[in-house]
Design a protein around this ligand. Structure first.
Ligand code: CUA
Length: 314
């Protein structure tokens, strides 16, 4: 639905968003026209000095008519609510089989990393017609990942992960913008989303410079940063077992239960005293300011790999 009104609609979500937009626009336009026409008709018919009959109102407002138009309006509003909210909700949770890509924003660039470790800067190659889940964080201030052709915009925050996903429906190159003012070079914090056929993506990925893969890098960080000193079977320190941890429910000392997802793992590294696991002493020091975002991402990938969840590659 590319036109002079709209940028290309190149994702599933874009098409659905545009449908809502145009239907609501047409509907509002109809109401505006109706009201304008009535104003015109009445102001001519009842102008000063006209012969039109005035005085007693005609009896058109029956009880049935009142109930009818009130409930029709109510159901129309409920339908619009359901339509818009179901479309937006479906944009929140990525399908289980989605391809996962990490995005790190910093002043003033976008760094992206694929499941096999391949990296890009201000560019992101993705396969056509495949759900792609973006796990995003920022190294400094708040940015916002905005792809107009996908009708997709999501804030990227320092100190936590945000997620979004899309399924590109058209091959091509699309603009990526930062949509949150983030400093003097904000307007130049742009990039390109390159959507290619699935086979071309696989070829592109294979042609990228050798990288050990996120999980392997994570395993190295795990030893280098001393995590293995406590979180290993050989250790005499009583620390939670990381094998099979990812995706599981964890019982915390204060009674809460949380799911060990990316956000939880990150918090556990940066704020270990906040979410102490039930049955353990709060002895782990915070790694805030010690681990870089890249290291946290690779450590998370490593911990996931201990649960047999490598993050699927094509
Ligand atoms: Cu990053 Cu604006």
């Amino acid at each position: 639905m590319s036109s002079i009104f709209m940028p290309d609609a190149a994702s599933q979500q874009a098409v659905r968003t545009d449908q809502i937009y145009f239907v609501l626009l047409a509907f509002s336009g109809l109401i505006v026209l109706l009201v304008a026409a009535l104003i015109l008709v009445f102001s001519i018919r009842y102008r000063r000095g006209s012969k039109a009959k005035r005085g007693a109102l005609p009896k058109v407002m029956s009880r049935e008519f009142e109930i009818g138009w009130t409930s029709a309006t109510l159901f129309l509003a409920l339908f619009i609510f359901w339509w818009v909210s179901s479309t937006h909700l479906s944009a929140l949770a990525a399908p289980k089989n989605a391809l996962e890509i990490h995005v790190v924003a910093k002043q003033w660039m976008w760094k992206t990393q694929h499941s096999n470790g391949a990296r890009e800067i201000n560019e992101l190659h993705v396969p056509l017609d495949t759900p792609v889940r973006l796990v995003m964080t920022s190294e400094d201030v708040i940015h916002s990942f905005f792809v107009p052709a996908f009708r997709m915009k999501k804030d990227v925050l320092p100190g936590r992960y945000t997620e979004t996903w899309f399924r590109a429906t058209k091959p091509g190159v699309f603009h990526l913008f930062c949509a949150e003012y983030c400093g003097s070079e904000h307007s130049r914090m742009t990039g390109r989303i390159v959507v290619v056929q699935k086979e071309a993506y696989a070829r592109w990925l294979a042609a990228q410079p050798e990288d050990d893969g996120l999980a392997k890098t994570g395993a190295t960080v795990f030893r280098a940063r001393g995590c293995s000193g406590c979180h290993s079977e050989a250790s005499r320190v009583h620390a939670p077992d990381l094998n099979g941890l990812y995706g599981r429910k964890v019982q915390l000392a204060d009674g809460r239960t949380v799911t060990a997802d990316e956000a939880y793992l990150r918090d556990s590294m940066l704020m270990p005293r906040r979410d102490v696991v039930a049955g353990f002493e709060p002895i782990m020091p915070s790694y805030a300011g010690i681990l870089t975002d890249g290291e946290i991402i690779s450590l998370t990938a490593y911990i996931r790999s201990l649960s047999g969840r490598e993050g699927n590659s094509q």
